[in-house]
Design a protein around this ligand. Sequence first.
Ligand code: NAP
Length: 315
Amino acid sequence: MRAALIDELGRPPRPAEPPDAEGEGALVEILAAPLNPIDIAVGAGKFFGGHPELPFVPGCEGVGRIRGGDGGLVYIFSDGLGLSRNGAIAELARSGSVEPIPVPGGADPAVAAALGIAGLAGWLPFAWRAPLRGGETVLVLGATGTVGVVAVQAARLLGAGRVVAAGRDAARLERAREAGADAVVPLEGDGLAERLKEACGGEGPSYVFDPLWGAPLLAALQAAAPRARVVNLGQSAGAEAAVTSAAVRGKLLELYGHTNFGVPRQELAEQYHRLVSHAVAGRLTVDVERVSLDDVGAAWGRQAEGASRKLVVIP
Ligand SMILES: NC(=O)c1ccc[n+]([C@@H]2O[C@H](COP(=O)([O-])OP(=O)(O)OC[C@H]3O[C@@H](n4cnc5c(N)ncnc54)[C@H](OP(=O)(O)O)[C@@H]3O)[C@@H](O)[C@H]2O)c1
């Protein structure tokens, strides 16, 4: 079997021929396995949950077909995949103790894979963690990343009244506009809180989608409307933010944390089905770049620097 293999923490994986995937669960012939920020953190030894024993195959998710199964596509994720046991950037991977999740018919494997960890992170805050109430003004921070571009579209599909996209990369902000944002706000420059509030109109955002934390979150809290809900799911702009008590209590803000790993399995499967069905029907798009296993090392470096589209390894 061919797979990506990490021999040393902090170094990119290389194509190799490790032994076939062992352990529990269905044996899945992988057709597409994305690179995500979490894989880079695990491979660098910087993920709080540790890493599998070296050398290991990275990759926390994949789409493929169960060997000996009915031929339908399945999505595998969790139960330590790529975190405490070998991952999915390989020709073969094990689902572990959890059932593989069926992929809706007609889905492209690379798109279905990109809508896993990244797609669900853009979707689940609105659909499950702090469900949109309809007509809300949503501010999407980090709208230039894959998670953020999905979030813009998810907010639209799930009934937001106004969607404002904020990010650093100018070209990707335009992509967010094409994806359905009513206004875009560059994160860099002076007066961010005022600019965010103005773009949102009225009292400011009533819902903040935040994969960044750090300084952009502080500005968003300042811009937020009274009783706004804020969902954090990442820390791309910094692990810490000096949030004052007054900023939260004065406006009765509600702060939620989200991780895909904390979602009950049945809920995850149902929401994944809804999300990928939107893509199959053409109502939601995600930018995917397919890379071969031979190029996994270079792709790894690009993801570490912040790729402008979802890099998906085709083993
Ligand atoms: N909680 C969960 O379950 C979950 C699941 C998936 C992802 N995440 C998190 O969500 C975040 C985005 O993931 P992704 O797949 O979309 O990654 P990505 O495609 O690599 O995008 C990275 C995003 O972070 C932004 N960014 C990076 N450094 C920044 C900084 N210093 N200041 C402001 N913005 C910065 C980038 O902005 P520019 O392009 O404009 O520079 C881009 O929008 C990551 O933190 C990831 O760990 C969480």
